[in-house]
Design a protein around this ligand. Structure first.
Ligand SMILES: *Cc1c(COP(=O)(O)O)cnc(C)c1O
Length: 410
């Protein structure tokens, strides 16, 4: 069956808007990304990209190296546990970990935390002490300089993320003496969606140098998470980035900076969301109406930023594009959603086939940052259904429900 015919059948069966995820493609991306990294690297899957348990599970189970889970909320912890990850497979991150979620994570066996500030470290230490355990903490460092100016930059400037590198010498004694915690190494995550392999390598080289400076300050360096940045197209056609030279390039950076790495000192990790799962998902929407307004064609779909594109508010989505049939005639149109706001545009002036009401369109590469990154509650429409395929068969069909529930009075 062609992808188009299969999509048509699924849309008929489950309705639209509909997300379709293909676990075979999730597994292929996992194999490929592990293959791009030197042997022995850990790879954390950032559940933020798509917390669907079937997807998280496909990144862990089966042949070959398994992903670990990078989580930063009670919901992501629950999804990781449901997908079969143990607490010990998780790295808990985020600048605003609350007392309740730290205690919850510890109670489920999470022992590795990324630490974003001294206050964060103290809070983790307090709960670890109460639980009678020691939390392994990775210092997230906000380095002064950075390797490359590409992708979404998050570091090298004032930030809620990470501890400013220049303050570390002054903080070293304090950071090293928080009961219930042990500084076990470092965590870097400086950018998303790097433009090139060279940009990635430059970034990892910077991270490795920052790690060395931590060791010079007397911190243990058992574990270094170098970060991510692996690229993938988002809501437009295309293939995920390939990194043919990363494995060797990174090995030589590490031989230079952290020569003990080949014998596990430090152990090393990278992390990824989009490049593991974006290509495994498609969003199917039905055309509700096509209209012309002052020479502009608007294709109005039954899904908009409520199902794809909560991230559009931070300028990261537009323009989405639809998958085109090679031969069919095309025109230029704006892709609008059904919401009562002019902001509900998935794509401006994109090439579309000649469409009429009732036609189905596929927005490709939407396996990452889909429903949970969208304005699902806005305008109170149902969330999109999410169908999971494994070996071409539907193995799960669900919808995230939201309903108003009473909150217990304290
Ligand atoms: C968002 C995030 C990721 C995933 O980013 P991608 O661009 O989807 O790979 C990884 N690590 C951390 C700490 C993040 O916040």
């Amino acid at each position: 069956m062609s992808a188009t015919a299969e999509h048509a059948e699924l849309a008929e069966r489950f309705g639209t808007p509909l997300y379709v995820y293909d676990l075979d493609r999730v597994r292929a991306a996992r194999r490929s990304l592990f293959g791009d990294l030197p042997d022995g690297f850990h790879l954390y899957y950032a559940l933020k990209a798509n917390p669907h348990p079937a997807i998280a599970r496909a990144l862990r189970e089966g042949a070959g190296p398994a992903c670990r889970a990078e989580i930063s909320s009670p919901g992501e912890l629950a999804a990781a546990l449901e997908a079969g990850y143990a607490g010990g497979d998780c790295l808990y991150t985020g600048p605003g970990k609350t007392d309740a979620e730290i205690a919850l994570a510890l109670s489920h066996g999470v022992r590795r935390f990324s630490v974003e500030s001294i206050g964060d470290l103290r809070r983790i230490g307090g709960h670890a002490r109460a639980a009678g355990v020691v939390a392994d903490c990775l210092l997230r460092v906000n380095a002064l300089a950075s390797g490359a100016a590409t992708g979404l930059r998050m570091m090298g400037k004032p930030s809620q993320f990470g501890i400013d590198a220049e303050t570390l010498p002054g903080l070293a004694a304090e950071l090293s003496s928080v009961d219930g915690t042990r500084i076990a190494g470092a965590h870097f995550f400086t950018m998303s969606n790097a433009a090139s392999e060279d940009a990635l390598l430059a970034e990892y080289d910077q991270a490795a140098q920052s790690a060395v400076r931590l060791a010079e300050l007397g911190f243990a360096l058992d574990y270094v998470d170098l970060g991510g940045g692996f690229g993938a197209p988002y809501a437009t056609p295309g293939e995920r980035s390939a990194y043919p030279g990363l494995r060797d390039g990174l090995a030589s950076v590490l031989d230079d900076r952290l020569p003990g790495w080949r014998t596990g000192s430090p152990e090393l990790a990278c992390e990824s969301g989009r490049s593991l799962v974006a290509g495994a998902g498609s969003l199917l929407c039905r055309v509700v109406n096509v209209k012309t307004s002052r020479d502009n064609t608007f294709v109005v779909l039954d899904g908009g930023i409520n199902v794809l594109g909560g991230l559009s508010g931070i300028g990261r989505l537009l323009p989405a594009a639809v998958q085109l049939d090679d031969a069919a005639p095309t025109e230029t149109a704006h892709l609008a959603g059904p919401l009562c706001t002019p902001g509900d545009l998935l794509g401006r002036a994109v090439r579309v086939p000649k469409l009429t009401a009732g036609d189905l369109v596929t927005i490709p590469n939407t396996g990452a940052y889909g429903p949970t990154a969208s304005l699902v509650h806005f305008l109170s429409r149902p969330a999109p259904a999410e169908v999971v395929l494994d070996g071409g068969e539907v193995v799960s069909a669900t919808r995230l429900e939201s309903r108003r529930t009473p909150v217990a009075l304290a």
